[in-house]
Design a protein around this ligand. Structure first.
Ligand code: SF4
Ligand SMILES: [Zn+2]
Length: 459
C-alpha cells in the first residue's frame, strides 16, 4: 500500500530532534511521499532544504494568512524566487483565516491574491487554508475563474454546500485527523458528499493527531488511522482509498510516479473488473474513455487488446474470493464476444460466484447476430446503459456510431436479455437535465431493474 501525506509541517521545531525516525516510521506505514508546506519565507527556505536532503519529500512555498502583515516587499521578492526551485509542487499555504485574524482581513486578502497570481504564473496548484472566511475565499478565487486556478482546500471543515462550490470550481478537498474524532458526525457527512476522485489525505502534522493518538504530536505515520474511517464512508477498502488518493496526489501535484501500464484485471472493493477492450461504437459525452481512462485510481488505457490467455493470466487464481467478476473497463465488452465468452466459461468452471456484464446494449449490431442466447449460463447479471428515455436524447448524449439503429437495438437487447440472463438492469448516469423518471418508467415497462449511477462515478 502506498499513501501520500499532502500536508505536513516537518520543518517545524517539533521535529528537530528526530526527523529521520519520523520519516522512517512514515515509510514503514506505507507513506511514500510527503508534501512539506511552508508557512512563511523562513519556513519555505527550510522546507526546500529538507526536500533536498530526504527522499520522497516535496515542497510547497508560501506564507500562511496568519503572517500576512509581516510580509515585506523584499520578502515577497525572495519568495517568488524560491517557487522555481526543484521539488516545489505547490504554492501555499495561503488563504484567509478570520478566526484568529492575526493579520487584518484586507492584508490577508491582498496576499492571497498574490499567491494565486504566483501559482498561475508558475502553473502550480494552491494549498488553501480557509477558516471562517468562505465567502471571501471563494469570491477571490472566482475573480480568477477564467484562468482556472487549481488546488486543494486543506483540512476541509466547511459545509456540504461549500464543499459543492469548491468541487464545482475544480478543487480537491483534503481531510485530516478530525474525521476520526468520535463526535465529528457532521464532518463525516460532508466527506460522503465529496467524490473519492477529489479526495486527498493529510495529517497536517504536528497538529490534529487522529484518534487514538489524539493530543500527542502528530506525524505522517498516523495517516493510516484515516483509512478505516474513510473506507467505511465510501464503502471501499482501505487499499482502494490508498490507491485512489495516491493517484489524486499524482494528478494534482505530480507527486510520485504513475505507472502507465493499462490494467486488464483490477479490483474495487471485493469485485474483480475485467478490461478487455478500449473499443466502443459510442462516444458518450460523459465518458472519459479517450482522454482520461482511469477508474478509481486504476489506469485502463490498453496498448493492445489482451488475448483470452492474457486475460486469464491477469485474473490469476483464487477466483472464489471475489463476490463478483465484472466485464467493464472503458470500452464495450461485446466488441470481444469470443474473449468474453471464453473467459466467463473458465471462470464458471473455477467456481466464480457471480459474473456481470456492463454493456451499451449494442452487442447485436456489433456482432451482426443475436448475442443474448450465447450468454446464457455464462453471465448471471447484465447492466445495460440506457442513458436516455428517447432515441433523440440518446443520439445527442452518446453519439452512437450505429446512428438511429443504436437505441432500438439497445431496447431489443434488453427484452431478449430477460429470457437468457437471470438479472437484467437498465442504468443511467445522472447527467444534468436527464429525465430519470421517464427512464425508470421504461425499465418498469420492460420488467427489468433500474439503477442511477452518479455522474463520473464508474466502478
Ligand atoms: S458506451 Fe460506455 S464505453 Fe462506450 S462511450 Fe459510452 S460510456 Fe464510454
Ligand atoms: Zn498547514
Amino acid at each position: 500500500m502506498l499513501l501520500v501525506d499532502t500536508h505536513t509541517h516537518l520543518d517545524m521545531a517539533e521535529y528537530e530532534g528526530d526527523l529521520p525516525e519520523v520519516l522512517e516510521r512514515a515509510r514503514a506505514q506505507g507513506v511514500g511521499y510527503l508534501l512539506v508546506v511552508g508557512t512563511d519565507l523562513a519556513s519555505s527556505g527550510k522546507v526546500l532544504g529538507l526536500v533536498q536532503t530526504y527522499q520522497g519529500l516535496y515542497a510547497s512555498i508560501g506564507v500562511h494568512p496568519h503572517g500576512a502583515s509581516a510580509v515585506t516587499e523584499a520578502d515577497w521578492g525572495e519568495l517568488k524566487g524560491l517557487v522555481r526551485s526543484p521539488g516545489v509542487v505547490a504554492v501555499g499555504e495561503t488563504g484567509l483565516d478570520y478566526h484568529y485574524q492575526f493579520s487584518p482581513r484586507e492584508t490577508q486578502q491582498a496576499l492571497f491574491r498574490r499567491h494565486i497570481e504566483m501559482a498561475l504564473e508558475a502553473h502550480l496548484p494552491l494549498i488553501i487554508h480557509n477558516r471562517e472566511a468562505t465567502p471571501d475565499c471563494l469570491g477571490i478565487l472566482r475573480e480568477y475563474r477564467s484562468r482556472s486556478p487549481r488546488g486543494v482546500f486543506h483540512c476541509f471543515s466547511g459545509s456540504k454546500e461549500t464543499a459543492r462550490e469548491c468541487l464545482e470550481m475544480g478543487f480537491y478537498l483534503s481531510f485530516a485527523g478530525p474525521v476520526t474524532f468520535p463526535n465529528a458526525h457532521h464532518l463525516r457527512e460532508v466527506v460522503k458528499s465529496v467524490p473519492v476522485e477529489r479526495l486527498l489525505l493529510e495529517t497536517d502534522c504536528p497538529y490534529l493527531s487522529p484518534q487514538p493518538q489524539r493530543g500527542k504530536r502528530n506525524e505522517p505515520a498516523h495517516l493510516r488511522y484515516l483509512l478505516p474511517v474513510l473506507s467505511q464512508l465510501y464503502n471501499l477498502t482501505g487499499e482502494d482509498i490508498a490507491r485512489i488518493t495516491t493517484f489524486n496526489a499524482f494528478q494534482l501535484f505530480g507527486m510520485g510516479t504513475n505507472h502507465q501500464e493499462g490494467k486488464i484485471a483490477y479490483t474495487i472493493r471485493n469485485s474483480l473488473y475485467l478490461n478487455i477492450t478500449g473499443r466502443c461504437p459510442n462516444t458518450c459525452n460523459f465518458c472519459p474513455r479517450l482522454e482520461r481512462p482511469y477508474v478509481k485510481g486504476h489506469y485502463l488505457g490498453l496498448k493492445q487488446e489482451p488475448t483470452l490467455e492474457e486475460v486469464l493470466t491477469a485474473i490469476g487464481n483464487n477466483i472464489e474470493r471475489y463476490d463478483e467478476v465484472v466485464f467493464c473497463g472503458y470500452g464495450e465488452p461485446t466488441e470481444r464476444l469470443d474473449v468474453l465468452k471464453g473467459v466467463a466459461k473458465v471462470l464458471k468452471e473455477k467456481g466464480s460466484k457471480k459474473i456481470r456484464l456492463n454493456t451499451n446494449g449494442q452487442g447485436d449490431l456489433i456482432n451482426k447476430r443475436s448475442v443474448c442466447p450465447e450468454l446464457a449460463g455464462l453471465v448471471d447479471s447484465v447492466f445495460i446503459s440506457l442513458n436516455s428515455p428517447t432515441e433523440e436524447g440518446y443520439r445527442e448524449l452518446c453519439s452512437p456510431g450505429f446512428g438511429d439503429r443504436a437505441y432500438p437495438a439497445l431496447l431489443a437487447f434488453t427484452r431478449q436479455a430477460r429470457d437468457f440472463i437471470p438479472e437484467v438492469t437498465l442504468s443511467v448516469v445522472d447527467v444534468p437535465e436527464l429525465d430519470v423518471e421517464a427512464c425508470r418508467q421504461i425499465a418498469r415497462e420492460l420488467g427489468v431493474k433500474f439503477r442511477v449511477r452518479r455522474y463520473n462515478d464508474l466502478g
